[in-house]
Structure formats: structure tokens, C-alpha cells
Design a protein around this ligand. Structure first.
Ligand SMILES: NC(=O)c1ccc[n+]([C@@H]2O[C@H](COP(=O)([O-])OP(=O)(O)OC[C@H]3O[C@@H](n4cnc5c(N)ncnc54)[C@H](O)[C@@H]3O)[C@@H](O)[C@H]2O)c1
Length: 355
């Protein structure tokens, strides 16, 4: 008997990531969809053969036959996560929520507390953790294949649905891109994945951070930068200096270019070698004293493996590599703080160095 799953938010990531993966996950079956947009929920319901697609929260939580839901995936935009998760808490239903968990710290804490009080699990859909790439990096780091990790460079520069992605190309900012920029921009929307990965790979929490940004948009004056860098310092392990992570994220990378491009890289730099993942040339390799070892190229996200892990959690209580709400809240808090620092430093020349 499969668990009855509800999905709140039937947009881009539900359509290409969650709903196809849920349909392939043994033990889970999507029974109900909730979305205030009637066109989107109807399209998703039809495409994935879901018996109930509604904009009425009571009908959603009741399920198609009034038997309720066993768990809910939240894939609405970040500002709606709190409302959705609090509704799940009121029904005592476990949640897997898209990142970023919340748009501010107070909201995030309220969500965590409400779910804990309801006795229902809350995890966050950090689907990058489940890619064979991220899994292999974690394994190699733990094995000591590159010695002590000293530095990480995690880069994702893209246009986030720039001007020429729209139906009417060349006509300004797409609502999708505009929404993501207003919700906090690239570090909050996407960089939470990278901040989480760095701490998870090393098993070393982040203890200090700093952000700098550059404003790449001409069409709108967003409060946060379109291109942003975070410098993270990890907790030092006994006897080794602390590792440092640089996260570079851009939603302004060629966003007005007709032929947009992107760049996605991981570099994990250790005392005895380097692990490199570079999406565009399809390169994933380990270089150390043994030479260069090809690691087999994969995409950096894996929704199927994540949903298999969620099914295991819901049936056995074993969370495996699923991110806890607290881990996700920490990543979100750092992303928000780094973005605030970058915004505060807008236009400043800097206080150190010369030239
Ligand atoms: N893990 C990933 O790789 C990944 C990729 C893309 C997006 N995301 C995240 O997934 C979430 C959704 O992103 P998207 O790209 O699908 O956005 P989207 O705008 O395409 O879709 C969001 C959907 O939610 C609906 N919605 C709006 N208000 C709602 C509410 N109150 N309750 C329920 N549904 C509501 C909208 O009508 C829309 O259909 C965001 O948090 C985003 O950061 C994650």
C-alpha cells in the first residue's frame, strides 16, 4: 500500500523534478495537488494522472476520497513555504519542503517549531546531495583521498531565465527571474544548496561568513546583487587549520545576452590532491599522487534518489542523507546574512588593500 502524497505548488520544479520522480518512487503515490493557479494545477493533474487538483486547502488535506494525506511535498515559491508548512503542521502531516526553507529567520524558526510541536518530520529538498557526484565527493573526502580539505570553490553562474528565455524575447525581465531576484537573489535561492554541500561534505559546520556582491541588472534595482560571493570559514578540526569555502553565484551572467551560457563547478582542494567537477566539459576527476582518476560524469541533481530517501524516512524513520530542517535553516540564515552584507557593502570601495 503506497503512502498518499500531496504536492503544494505545481510550477517549474514540480513539473520537471518532483512529479516525474515521485511517479517513479516505489511506496509513494501522488493523490492530491494544491496550487492557487487553476491552469497550472489542472495541467499537472492531467500530465501526472493525479485524482485531485484543487485550490482549496481543506479539500487538498482531505484527499480525493476523504482519507487524508500521509505526507506533503512543498514546491511553492519561497514566500509561500511558511504558509504551506504551517498548514501541514496543523494537519500533523510530514513535509519535504523546497529550499530556501524560509525568506527570513523568524519564519524559519516558526516552521521548525510548529512541525516539532505537531510531531511531524520536516526535511528540505536538497536534491544536490543525492547526485552520484555529491555522494562520491563525500565518500572521497571521508576516505582522505585528497588529504585534509583546505579549500572549496563552488560556482554556479547562469542567467536565471534571462531576457531571451521568455515567450516574447527581448521584452524585459521575466516574472520568474524577477520573483527569484526579489526573494533574495542567487545566494538565497540557489546558493543554499552550495552552502549546505560544503558543510555536509566536510562534516564541518560554518562558523564565519562574509558576502560581497555586484549589481548586474539594469532593468530593476533589486535590493540584493545579481552576482554574489560568499566566503565561509568552517569549524577547525583538532590539529588542522579551518577549511575555507568560496561560493560564487550569479543570476546576472549574460541575462541580457541572446545566447546565454552557464558555468557550474565544484573544486575541492586538499593537502594531497584535488577533486574537480565541471558541468560544461563533462569533467569529474580526482587528481592526487596516484595520478588522475576519472570519476564518471553525472548531473548535479537527483530527484529520484532524494524521493527514494524520503520514502525510506516515511516508512522506517531513517533519514539517510535527507537534510534536516535545522541544517536547511542554517544554510538559509547564512545565505540571507551574506546577501545582507553584500547589500550593505554596495558601492563601498573596501577598507583594506591598496591600488
Ligand atoms: N531544488 C532545485 O533544484 C530547485 C529548482 C528550481 C526551483 N526550486 C525551488 O522550488 C520552489 C518553486 O520553484 P519553481 O521554480 O517551481 O517556481 P514556479 O514559480 O515555477 O512555481 C511555483 C508554483 O507554486 C504556486 N504557488 C504560488 N503560491 C502558492 C501557495 N501559496 N501555495 C501553493 N502553491 C503556490 C504557483 O502558482 C506556481 O505554480 C522554490 O522554492 C525554488 O527555490 C528548487
Amino acid at each position: 500500500m503506497s503512502l498518499k502524497i500531496g504536492v503544494m505548488g505545481c510550477g517549474v520544479v514540480a513539473d520537471y523534478g518532483h512529479l516525474p520522480a515521485l511517479a517513479r518512487t516505489p511506496g509513494l503515490e501522488v493523490h492530491a495537488l494544491f496550487d492557487p493557479d487553476p491552469v497550472r494545477r489542472a495541467a499537472a493533474g492531467e500530465r501526472f494522472g493525479v485524482p485531485l487538483a484543487t485550490g482549496d486547502p481543506d479539500a487538498f488535506f482531505a484527499g480525493p476520497r476523504g482519507e487524508g494525506l500521509d505526507a506533503v511535498l512543498v514546491a511553492s515559491p519561497a514566500p509561500a513555504h511558511a504558509e504551506n508548512v504551517l498548514a501541514c503542521a496543523a494537519h500533523g502531516v510530514p513535509v519535504l519542503c523546497e529550499k530556501p526553507l524560509a525568506v527570513d529567520d523568524a519564519q524559519g524558526h516558526a516552521m521548525v517549531q510548529a512541525m516539532a510541536a505537531a510531531g511531524a518530520s520536516l526535511h528540505v529538498a536538497f536534491c544536490y546531495r543525492f547526485s552520484p557526484v555529491a555522494q562520491e565527493i563525500k565518500h572521497l573526502v571521508a576516505q582522505g583521498a585528497i588529504g585534509n580539505v583546505a579549500a572549496l570553490r563552488l560556482i554556479y553562474n547562469w542567467d536565471c531565465h534571462g531576457r531571451y528565455h521568455q515567450r516574447d524575447p527581448g521584452q524585459g525581465v521575466s516574472p520568474y527571474r524577477d520573483g527569484r531576484m526579489r526573494e533574495g537573489g542567487p545566494m538565497v535561492d540557489c546558493g543554499t544548496h552550495q552552502i549546505d554541500l560544503a558543510a555536509w561534505w566536510l562534516g564541518q559546520r560554518v562558523v564565519a561568513w562574509h558576502g560581497h556582491g555586484a549589481w548586474t541588472d539594469r532593468d530593476a534595482d533589486y535590493p540584493g546583487p545579481g552576482h554574489i560571493w560568499a566566503h565561509l570559514t568552517h569549524a577547525a578540526e583538532s590539529g588542522t587549520p579551518p577549511a575555507h569555502t568560496a561560493v560564487e553565484m550569479s543570476y546576472g551572467y549574460g541575462h541580457t545576452a541572446r545566447d546565454a551560457d552557464s558555468s557550474f563547478k565544484y573544486e575541492i582542494i586538499g593537502t594531497d590532491g584535488v577533486i574537480v567537477y565541471d558541468r560544461n566539459p563533462g569533467r569529474f576527476e580526482l587528481r592526487n599522487a596516484a595520478g588522475t582518476t576519472g570519476l564518471g560524469f553525472h548531473q548535479e541533481k537527483d530527484f529520484d534518489a532524494m524521493h527514494r530517501a524520503w520514502a525510506r524516512l516515511l516508512t522506517t524513520g531513517d533519514r539517510g542523507d535527507l537534510a534536516t530542517a535545522q541544517e536547511a535553516l542554517t544554510a538559509t540564515q547564512i545565505a540571507l546574512a551574506v546577501t545582507r552584507q553584500a547589500a550593505a557593502g554596495r558601492g563601498a570601495a573596501g577598507s583594506t588593500g591598496s591600488g
